[in-house]
Design a binder for this molecule. Sequence first.
Ligand code: M6R
Length: 369
Amino acid sequence: VKGGYPTFMDKEIHDQPMAVADTLRGRLDRDGRLVLDEMRISEAVLRSVDKIVVVACGTAAYAGHVAKYAIEHWCRIPVEVELAHEFRYRDPVVSEKTLVVAISQSGETMDTIMAIRHAREQGAKVLAIVNTFGSTIARESDAVLYTHAGPEVAVASTKAFLAQVTACYLLGLYLSELRGNKYVDEVADYLEELGKLPEKIQHILDEQEEHVREVARSMAEATSVLFLGRHVGYPVAMEGALKLKELAYIHAEGFAAGELKHGPIALIEPGQPVFVVVPTPRRHTLHSKVVSNIQEVRARGARTLVIAEEGDEDVTAHADVVFRVPRTPTLMMPLVTVVPLQIFASELAAAKGLDVDQPRNLAKSVTVE
Ligand code: M6R
């Protein structure tokens, strides 16, 4: 059942190229155009949407954060991302023009179920991005865009996250096209780029996995690890930190790199491990700011573990360790940059002798509020 891997999580990390490919499959026609047959919310309603609110928990919420960057950029619709449990109990502003997007692997997370019930009571339409066919969230939503990651057994979410992010891109491109495609020059180009992602993820598994595992084993004694990222790298940083908390029971925190100087830099002392998710060098301003962040933490003694695009040599002088990912359009970088962080958490937990698939105190799906 584990496909020859020591843990379900390792198998599921290796399933990721397929999870992305399967989530794309059937949604592109022969000419590479986007078709979302399952979109049961009418085009008229989708055209009138003036706000999107993503509700989700944990890793699924980080997929929502990535969606915000992509959908706002492509569609110019404001997107809010809210933890489902906070949304439900704070009198949120929702109307008939709000599209609530509920993201969930299991489709049974009670916090998210309560959030969509509340949203529908207020007249909002709910679109579910769900991995489990026929689950409660799927049944109680107006439409479902299924992720096709296959069953995810390990408590830590990996392939479901990549599939959720992929589905969010499809939704963003679909809405952009539907609403007149004013902001995306070439939806087809983006779709083509998405189609290349499974191969790129496989490339990371082939080329970087051993390197990441070796570094993780050397860090089994770490007691605190920080993660920095900007733009779509910010949710990736938070996801990297969450993986490490839940699997290796290490204090970990993800920050927006720009926030460093507003407080967190005080945490840096000699030897502090800091992961930095670096944007592509093609985004000059962001890239150079993040490279400066690496220098700043290193000058204070941090051990810098950098995730950077192949060919990005600006990072090499300031990094103790570099993990390489293939060149990818900026908005789609989470699909590659998160992979080394998943492998790292899994290996570190294994090196500490912990149960990678069943971390303490956690359940695969949280069916209570
Ligand atoms: O089934 P869901 O996607 O609704 O679950 C949401 C979270 O409970 C889940 O992502 C959790 O954070 C994972 N254990 C993270 O690895």
